[in-house]
Design a protein around this ligand. Structure first.
Ligand code: ADP
Ligand code: ADP
Ligand code: MG
Length: 480
């Protein structure tokens, strides 16, 4: 019988993983909740299991997902990103039920998912990092530690949720008064978002570049890296544009960061694919930030410049295969840029456009163009989930060629119905500092005019949108 692998996710990443499973000649099992009834992942997979009405609670229900694997006879589960991907209890439940979790061992997911624990492991291994506190004890004791740390190291500092992720639960603190007021707020937010109110403090790196390294490790103990990515273009600490490799001209520095990432992975006992994140300051110092124990949204840029299928490799490593290639086999060719095209209104504070129907969907193509999406013409975007519609990744020989290709693709992309972030990316691309590759995480704060989006839609597209919207309204008004 064909090997079966269950994909415990939805949207574009579910499709991405299903593709790799099917290319390997295995059978893909999808899971879904009711708001995803029209989802493409259900139709592309070989089988699908309905988990419940959701939203979100069923995708997050460890027991149900394990049952779905047992019922269909899946021997492995790929968790994608988000949902259960970094939940150590889920990885453990897979292990306990004899199901292969496509990721690192549960113990590694647990220790690295705790940012303070990860820092401790890395400090012991001699990995460079900014000074920081342990998780702050509740009440006055924790506050005193925080105040003392900030007096010693100076403001500004970063207050972070120990169990945080996705750019949430991170705030800059500029003075003691702010520290006093923000710690309780941060705790409450962390409890709501991560079911864990632990917070800690880290010295802030001023206007750093976010540089991360893709690593791959097999169960036999070989660990290699697939080069660097720059994810500095962020809004509210969330990545919007990702680039491979990093544009830092000092190649020796980049190599050193990549070697440090391998050392960090080894120190953590890492297995499978992961990402080691660093901050790099103006003086070329680099600091460990965290390790993400899963496939990342932006893995596509690394795949484009290395030619290596990371998800295929993830599956093979989880099934016990050794890495088929050595560090020296990994060659970086050209540049790749990925933009996250979200159904959001950049003119209205990036408000999600969930609930809208896609009246027209016309995607770009051509040399060096890759699309990872799940939306199609006629699809209504469920309101219950995140607003990522499609990732556009372009590959080019030089940085200039890659940016030119991205502009062409964004101009060719027509999505009518929901508003999208396409016009925002078109504005970013024409910024001179972006074109020079000269930016850090402060880019969108410095160039805040890019967020004050103007409607650059052509008259023709505006008319098409109007017609589509009228048509949509009409359709909506039919009585059954
Ligand atoms: P998450 O788990 O949400 O990804 P990270 O710890 O990776 O959180 O940080 C996300 C982003 O927040 C970074 O890419 C960076 O822009 C900013 N950031 C985090 N820590 C610091 C720091 N110490 N100094 C400056 N910026 C930081
Ligand atoms: P396959 O699944 O075809 O047997 P492997 O397990 O050998 O492939 O490798 C998994 C991924 O790594 C594939 O995307 C493949 O293209 C890539 N790869 C394999 N060998 C090399 C190599 N020598 N150099 C670079 N990439 C490689
Ligand atoms: Mg991070």
């Amino acid at each position: 019988m064909k090997k079966k692998i269950l994909v415990a996710n939805r949207g574009e990443i579910a499709l991405r993983v299903i593709r790799a499973i099917q290319e390997l000649g295995y059978s893909a099992v999808a899971v879904y909740e009711s708001p995803d009834n029209e989802g493409l992942h259900i139709r592309t997979a070989d089988e699908a299991v309905w988990l419940g009405d959701g939203p979100r609670c069923d995708y997050l229900d460890i027991e149900k997902v394990i049952k779905a694997a047992q019922k269909t006879g899946a021997e492995a589960i790929h968790p994608g990103y988000g949902f259960l991907a970094e939940n150590p209890d889920f990885a453990k439940a897979c292990e306990d039920n004899g199901i292969i979790f496509i990721g690192p061992p549960a113990s590694v997911v647990r220790s690295l998912g705790d940012k303070v624990m990860a820092r401790k492991i890395m400090a012991e291994a001699g990995i460079p990092m900014v000074p920081g506190t342990p998780s702050l004890a509740p009440g006055e004791a924790g506050m005193n530690v925080a105040v003392e740390f900030c007096q010693k190291h100076g403001y500004p500092v970063m207050l972070k949720a120990t169990a945080g992720g996705g750019g949430r639960g991170i705030r800059q603190i500029d003075n003691e008064q702010q520290l006093q007021t923000e710690i309780p707020i941060a705790r409450a937010e962390a409890r709501a978002a991560f079911n864990n109110d632990a917070v800690f403090i880290e010295k802030l790196v001023l206007n750093p570049k976010h540089i991360e390294v893709q690593i791959m490790a097999d169960q036999a103990g070989t660990t290699i890296h697939l080069g660097s990515r720059d994810c500095s273009i962020q809004r509210r600490n969330q990545k919007l544009i990702e680039i491979a490799p990093s544009l830092i001209p000092d190649q020796e520095l980049v190599d050193q960061i990549c070697r440090t990432a391998v050392k960090a992975a080894k120190a953590a006992g890492y297995v499978n694919a992961g990402t080691v994140e660093f901050l790099v300051d103006d003086d070329h110092n680099f600091y460990f930030m965290e390790i993400n124990t899963r496939i990342q949204v932006e893995h596509t840029v690394t795949e484009m410049v290395t030619g290596i299928d990371i998800v295929r490799t993830q599956i093979k490593l989880a099934l016990g295969k050794k890495l088929a290639f050595a560090q020296d086999d990994v060659q970086i060719r050209g540049y790749a840029i990925e933009v996250r095209i979200n159904a959001e209104d950049p003119q209205n504070n990036f408000m999600p456009e969930g609930g809208k129907k896609i009246a027209v969907y016309r995607s770009p193509g051509g040399h060096g163009v890759r699309l990872d999406g799940f939306a199609y013409q006629g699809f209504t975007i469920p309101e219950a989930y995140d607003s990522l519609l499609v990732k556009l990744t372009v590959h080019g020989f030089s940085w200039n060629e890659t940016v030119d290709r991205l502009r062409r693709c964004l101009n060719n992309f027509v999505i009518i119905g929901p508003k999208t972030t396409i016009p925002f990316y078109l504005r970013v691309i024409d910024n001179q500092e972006f074109r020079r590759g000269d930016f850090n995480t402060a880019f969108l704060t410095i160039h805040d005019y890019l967020l004050e989006y103007e409607d650059v839609t052509s008259e023709c597209d505006k008319l098409a949108r109007l017609i589509a919207e009228i048509h949509y309204r009409k359709q909506n008004s039919y009585a059954i």
